[in-house]
Design a protein around this ligand. Sequence first.
Ligand code: C2O
Ligand code: CU
Length: 487
Amino acid sequence: SVTAVTALATGVILLYRGATVSTVGTTEFRNELAVPPLAESSVDADGTRNFDLTMQQGSTEFLPGRQTPTWGFNGTYLGPTLRAERGERVKVRVRNTLGEASTVHWHGMHLPAPMDGGPHQMVPAGGTWAPHWTVDQPAATLWYHPHPHGATEDHVRRGLAGMFLLDDERSGRLPLPKRYGVDDLPVIVQDVAFDGKEFDFEHRALRDVGFLGDRTMVNGTLDPYREVRDERVRLRLLNASTARVHAFGFDDDRGFSLVATDGGLLSSAVTKKRLQLSPGERAEIVVRMEPGERTVLRSLPLDAGLNFWSKRFSGGDDSFDVLQLRAAETLRPSPALPDRLGEPEVPDGSDSVRERHFRLQLPLINGRTMDMNRIDTTVTRSTAETWVIRSEDGTPHNFHVHDVQFRILSVNGRRPPPELRGPKDTVFVAPNATVRIALRFDGPADPETPYMYHCHLLYHEDRGMMGQFVVVEPGQRAGRPPHGDGH
Ligand code: C2O
Ligand code: CU
């Protein structure tokens, strides 16, 4: 029986090995990195900045000579980068030509619930939607993507995603690399798989985690390289994969400066060699290059907090070459990083008026799946709360809250590491981990229109790991949510 046990163990290990994917060290970086264009906008007499986004179907050549059916905004894959200043009023005219209903959610944006683009703001096939709001939050790297209940994973992995950059007066003055597409680059990372010319969405679609691809793309480019002509380059990293957690680092193990998390700049830069982002999370890093050198950004096996089976179910031992940086023989000098960066505007938990608990057990949050007609949580405008999130099913999850940026108070009772101390809207929740966060709800109150909180592993979200909260005035009660049929 010792032999049987050994054989069984070996079998399991082989099976496990067989399932591990690696592209590390084998990539020929043939394709120049695409950079999404900045979205055009026009400014009205009243100062409103207007954008147009059209959701459309098409096809994209990722593989030489082969057209893959894809979806995109104003193009065939991904979308343009929207950019606005704090204090500006923005309006986005969204047209849906997909042939099916969808939505556009502004992930990380503080805005009135009817403008949020969650599952209650469906844009019918052939329809339009024109949300508008005033940008009132610090400079940050946000993003946008569809959020139709039950179909978010499908719409995002077909290609519907883009960045939304916010600037403010302070960020404009800081000596950080900030020339878009020159020394300040969006890095939208997605894992993908192909079956012939088509995307293969069934590939390693593990029962408890959702889609995991066997290679990665950046900004829709496979095997990308990027020429660098400046001594310092700022990478705005977005994990736009639907389920995969990426742990980024460089092949030569160089350190880099982390300058911003989901909701904006840290108070000061932190030097890191590894940085983990779960789906939906962002980080801005500044990388320093020497003339003529090359380095490869990789997605490496996860180290922290994942046991054997959780790793298997999150692709946690996989590794990928993500993006090669090639420094020119002469580099323009970049200013040194400033000592002080931003002034994060997140509560510290000291004025929380209540504590709430969220138990994550696929597909449940606190024992229930998402119901469009049920308000799960009612919070009071202008108050702060502490939320305690716990993964109880041995599966990796994360937790995203709409409308707010929060502060992570602790992870498993300990002070969070530096990369989790900045403003956040999404946090990884490892199996059996407990994460405490402090949030403030600055309103406007709207007792009828809910915001969402959910797991951002999109397959989990689609299966119902999502809840609804409304912001009310003191003493007010939650109303009945409008039926989510897009009217
Ligand atoms: Cu990025 Cu509710 O989502
Ligand atoms: Cu989950």
